[in-house]
Design a protein around this ligand. Structure first.
Ligand code: FMN
Length: 169
């Protein structure tokens, strides 16, 4: 089955080399998020890009000491600026919006031959304090980005017949 190579090759990377990532590359990853669709095109998000090593090490602590957070050349904090907006289906839009933006960013990172990992294992008040994120804003996800030090085997997926229904459930 012919698929986008970025979709097929992407893995969650949890070990990075110390190599820095150029600002232009980080900007393209931000741009991928900026171009993502969002409910009613509200774009109720802000992406905070952290490359400073000291700050990354503080974020590592806020992520319960997971070392790859401090190792990664950059950490993106994907924040929502509105947690109250509900879509017509009575569900909150921000996890969906940020989820889609993060997927665009992950695929751009893969296209740049970088590794990345979505991270939700963090203490949000600590992350907010480290990054001076205002009271009403929420950090939905962190995304580590850097040169992979190792590329793991692909993880398993459920078989197609388990997860798809055509025409009905
Ligand atoms: C919403 C979300 C939250 C995640 N949180 C974490 C996390 O806190 N720590 C971590 O190591 N991986 C995290 N991951 C990565 C998943 O564990 C990973 O995507 C999954 O095991 C499939 O592996 P793959 O990405 O290599 O295909 C998260 C992924 C998603 C989509």
């Amino acid at each position: 089955m012919e698929m986008l190579p970025e979709i097929v090759n992407r893995r969650s990377i949890r070990a990075y080399t110390p190599e820095e990532v150029e600002r232009a590359v980080l900007d393209r990853i931000v741009e991928a998020g900026r171009r993502a669709p969002s409910a009613k095109n509200r774009q109720a998000w802000r992406f905070v890009v952290i490359t400073n090593r000291e700050t990354r090490l503080k974020l590592q602590e806020a992520c319960f000491g997971q070392e790859y957070i401090g190792e990664a050349a950059a950490v993106f904090a994907l924040c929502t600026t509105n947690v109250e907006y509900k879509m017509p289906n009575d569900q909150y839009s921000h996890p969906v919006d940020i989820g889609i933006a993060s997927a665009f960013m992950m695929l751009q990172a893969e296209h740049e031959k970088l590794g990345c990992c979505a991270v939700t294992t963090f203490n949000e008040p600590d992350v907010k304090s480290i990054l001076s994120i205002p009271y009403k804003m929420r950090v939905v996800m962190l995304l580590t980005v850097g040169r992979p030090a190792e590329v793991p085997e692909p993880t398993e997926r459920l078989p197609r017949e388990r997860i798809v229904g055509y025409e009905h459930w």
